[in-house]
Design a protein around this ligand. Structure first.
Ligand code: APR
Ligand code: PHB
Length: 390
């Protein structure tokens, strides 16, 4: 088999790349380890930046999004039982949309298949070789048979636990990695959200977040220790903890309901530099992970593949490698901006296990500042809605 761009991974990065390349007349093949049902049901974050929504619209992927997604113009920061609204749109002129990542993935898969795209699900044992040559190869097993896919370029879009990064020779990459001393326990619940806008709560018992997916589905998170066992958290205990941390002294109450999904996710910052070696380009979670507090993972992945698709189109069109050579540098500038934002949101909102009291004082000072200074709130808003693309 031969294609122009071999793409490993059918998450948002790999699928969007395949879609963008198709619009530029470039052929690709996507190889995915999991089944279609699995990737369409995997629950992840659900906040889309304005630039992400604009790109989905411009490339014909937003028909259902425009019907079903909820536009939001603000978020609430809650502490000491009081809510403080950050008026995102008034402050930044931009908005966010609530639309689950797996819905984005479903829309992308349909778009690819409807236009004749090739996605091989449930492939096994993906191996990338020849990234220093002009014809890198991806070997894999599909339906028990060994296959070879020869490409001009390979895109590693296989997430943090993928194999693409390891295809880059030792010593070529620098990895920046930081584990936070907390994790998030997240639930999806079949109950109408008790709020119109997202609530980020800072509390002595730890951080809590009230998010949503639709008028009928709520998404909530609580900070837990990094090594927490989900079995220690029966549903009742989760709701009790959410009620305590989200408590408000204005009579607001949290409605509970059946928990339809729950899990614990580590919080980490991770970046590899550069994001390219030879004919292998890394994109999305394969190259960087941001702590979930800013809900930026999908948005960064989409920015990467936007840059990559344009660079590849320029190369195929003119033979000039200038844009491909600048891929890593252009992506990393946004990656580090978002790392800084996600990390400072995380630091502001989570209780630290070994705090002698000083960290809490600093957090409170920062919360009071962003809730009282228009300048500080504007900085938060501008980052939260996402900076425009270059
Ligand atoms: N071979 C083929 N596919 C693989 C392999 C492999 N060896 N390893 C992983 N994959 C697949 C995964 O099953 C997954 O479907 O690669 C895909 C990677 O998708 P994501 O993890 O969703 O990563 P990405 O597309 O970069 O999306 C950005 O931002 O909000 C965060 O983590 C969230 O997924 C989100 C990410
Ligand atoms: C989510 O809805 O899953 C979500 C929202 C906001 C975040 C993180 C996750 O900061």
């Amino acid at each position: 088999m031969r294609t122009q761009v071999g793409i490993v991974g059918a998450g948002p990065a790999g699928l969007m790349l395949s879609h963008l390349l198709h619009l530029q007349g470039i052929e690709s093949v996507v190889l995915e380890a999991r089944s279609r049902a699995y990737v369409e049901q995997r629950v992840r974050a659900g906040v889309l930046e304005q630039a992400t929504v604009e790109l989905l619209r411009d490339t014909g992927l937003a028909e259902r999004l425009d019907r079903e997604a909820l536009i939001h113009h603000g978020i609430e920061l809650r502490f000491d039982g009081k809510g403080h609204r950050i008026a995102l749109t008034d402050l930044s002129g931009r908005s966010i949309w609530i639309y689950g990542q797996q819905e984005v993935v479903k829309d992308m898969i349909v778009a690819r298949l409807d236009s004749g795209g090739t996605i091989h699900f449930e492939v096994e044992d993906v191996r990338i070789s020849g990234v220093d040559s002009t014809a890198p190869t991806i070997r894999f097993r599909a339906n028990g048979a060994e296959e070879d896919l020869t490409c001009d370029v390979v895109a590693g879009c296989d997430g943090f636990h993928g194999v693409s990064r390891d295809a880059i020779p030792a010593g070529m990459l620098h990895e920046y990695h930081r584990e936070f001393p907390f994790a998030w326990l997240g639930i999806l619940a079949a109950v109408a959200p008790s709020t119109d806008e997202l609530i980020y709560a800072y509390h002595d018992r730890g951080f809590a977040l009230h998010s949503l997916r639709s008028p009928e589905i709520s998404r909530l998170y609580i900070q837990v220790p990094p090594d927490e066992d989900i079995r220690a958290w029966p549903d009742d205990r989760i709701w009790e903890e959410l009620r305590a941390r989200l408590a408000s002294d204005d009579g607001w109450t949290l409605a509970d309901g059946p928990v339809v999904e729950k899990g614990i996710a580590a919080m980490r910052s991770f970046v590899v530099e550069p994001m390219q070696h030879g004919r292998l380009f890394l994109a999305g979670d394969a190259a960087h992970i941001v702590p979930a507090t800013g809900a930026k993972g999908l948005n960064l992945a989409i920015h990467d593949v936007h840059v990559l698709a344009n660079a590849l189109a320029s190369w195929y069109g003119t033979g000039d490698t200038e844009q491909m050579d600048r891929y890593s540098e252009r992506c990393l500038r946004r990656v580090w901006r978002v790392q800084e934002f996600s990390s400072s949101m995380s630091s502001m909102l989570h209780r630290l296990p070994d705090d002698d009291g000083s960290v809490g004082r600093l957090q409170r000072a920062q919360l009071e500042y962003v809730c009282s200074s228009v300048a500080a709130a504007t900085g938060l808003a501008e980052n939260y809605v996402g900076l425009p693309y270059d």
